[in-house]
Ligand binder design. Structure first.
Ligand SMILES: C[S@@+](CC[C@H](N)C(=O)[O-])C[C@H]1O[C@@H](n2cnc3c(N)ncnc32)[C@H](O)[C@@H]1O
Length: 446
């Protein structure tokens, strides 16, 4: 069965398990033919992001479940780099979104705000003029103003010369008064940080690569700025004219916890989202370079705790959600002594709170589309997708459709250590496929 469409009724745990067991990947949703040029089209190539999904998924869902003639509000409660939000804005839909990570909010705002290409060009020329001394090579400390991060941790990642040149670029960017323009340039700045540091680019967790030569910031910045400028021009000419002139009436992006959404009841037509996966990424750690430079974070440990899916949860919120499938998985893990039981229990509880919020802000008849993968830990199947269906039913949703899709080119590491569950490099043979397929769960608010 490539995908299923169901009549409205609540499914028992065993019916949910049977339904998923009968699924086959639907080739229409794998987008295997897409090249990086397609998946990074328009502003989608502004910034890398772990587990970013491809715009083709969002576009196909919007084509299937929205009508371009109707005013439509699209929401993503876990925006990440804003794929859903940018796709919605491109069509002239209104878009609301949240992410707990300031870096995600910066990227989303930059990706979803079309800037007048002529004004942007003037700003670019101003910046060249302002930083012209850097054209001839590194400029000594004090010769240009610089803004440096307060934390000493920055020295772990950046050699002195790179650090000072980045500080000089940042000082110029912070002079830009227009917030939309400043976000655009800061997004470019954020994107080049890893290239200009000792960050191990192939690693899924923060690690230094002492064998690599960090790039020089100013030329690296200029190359990426050129790409972003071209993409902005194409985006500007793609969005409807009303969006260009009134973007702030179309776009509402908040740095906020998805367990307490800052949007009114019954305000959204469709949600398209991919939640954090338990134990996959520590987003707080992975975005620490931008967070340090832009002073988003004071205490990394504190910051980590706000993230759903962290492997070291210490939050003491009460537990929410009842899922027989989750209980069975957790019991198997306890027997096998897997050790991740508290984080997985906390993850399902946190997601249960999000589902209640999803339900609250959707209009009756509105749809919540969740993209999620399953995985294995010490041979135990962690059936996130099946648990999600059960918990979403509990929140009041009915299951409308499940699509199983193969992931040909998604920016996800494909292998996991079977014991720890951690992502690892592709070369280790005993490791298992992490998320070879994923599910798109489409639930409806009756
Ligand atoms: C899988 S990513 C989303 C990727 C996104 N679909 C994209 O295309 O870039 C999940 C996101 O959930 C965010 N997140 C984690 N905990 C959160 C919370 N409590 N509230 C809101 N967002 C949270 C993470 O910061 C991360 O950006």
């Amino acid at each position: 069965m490539p995908s299923i469409a169901l009549k409205e009724r609540l499914l028992s745990a065993s019916q949910i398990l049977d339904l998923f067991a009968g699924l086959q990947p639907d080739p229409a949703w794998s987008f295997a033919e897409c090249t990086p040029r397609d998946t990074c089209r328009l502003t989608h190539g502004y910034h890398r992001y772990p587990a970013k999904f491809i715009p083709q998924i969002v576009d196909k869902l919007l084509d299937s479940y929205t009508n371009p003639r109707w005013p439509t509000v699209v929401n993503d409660l876990f925006m990440g780099s804003g794929t859903t939000i940018a796709c919605a804005i491109e069509r002239g839909y209104r878009a609301t979104g949240t992410d707990i990570n300031e870096v995600a909010c910066l990227i989303t705002r930059a990706k979803s705000t079309p800037l007048d290409p002529e004004k942007l060009e003037r700003r670019r020329l101003w910046l060249y003029e302002r930083l012209r001394p850097l054209d001839d090579g590194y400029v000594s400390n004090g010769a240009l103003p610089a803004i440096l991060p307060g934390s000493e941790r920055i020295d772990t990642w950046f050699p002195e010369r790179q650090k000072h040149e980045l500080g000089q670029i940042l000082a110029a960017l912070m002079e830009i008064e227009d917030e939309d323009e400043r976000n655009f340039f800061l997004c470019c700045f954020s994107h080049i940080l890893k290239n200009c540091s000792l960050w191990h680019m192939g690693s899924t967790k923060p690690a230094r690569d002492l064998s690599r030569e960090p790039r020089r910031p100013w030329p690296t910045f200029l190359v990426h700025l050129q790409k972003m400028t071209d993409r902005n021009r194409a985006f500007w000419h793609t969005v409807p004219p009303a969006v260009r002139t009134h973007i702030h009436e179309y776009l509402d992006v908040r740095c906020h916890d998805a367990r307490e959404l800052p949007f009114p009841d019954n305000s959204v037509d469709i949600q398209i989202t991919s939640p954090p996966y338990v134990t996959s990424y520590e987003y707080a750690d992975l975005h620490q370079l931008t967070a340090l430079w832009l002073h988003y974070v004071h205490d990394l440990r504190d910051f980590r705790q706000k993230f759903i899916g962290t492997s070291r949860p210490t939050n003491h919120r009460p537990y929410h959600g009842r899922s027989a499938i989750a209980e069975e998985i957790l019991a198997q893990m306890e027997t096998a002594n897997v050790g991740l039981v508290p984080s997985i229990r906390r993850f399902f509880s946190d997601m249960s709170e999000c589902f209640a919020e999803s339900y609250r802000i959707l209009k009756p008849g509105g749809r919540a589309c969740y993209v999620i993968g399953n995985t294995q830990l010490k041979g135990i199947a962690v059936r996130n997708a099946e648990v999600f269906v059960e918990l979403m039913q509990e929140a009041g949703f009915v299951l409308e459709r499940v699509i199983m899709r193969q992931i040909p080119s998604k920016i996800l590491p494909q292998r996991r250590d079977p014991n720890s569950g951690r992502f690892v490099s592709h070369q280790i043979p005993q490791c298992v496929e992490a998320y070879p397929v994923e599910y798109i769960i489409i639930m409806r608010k009756p």
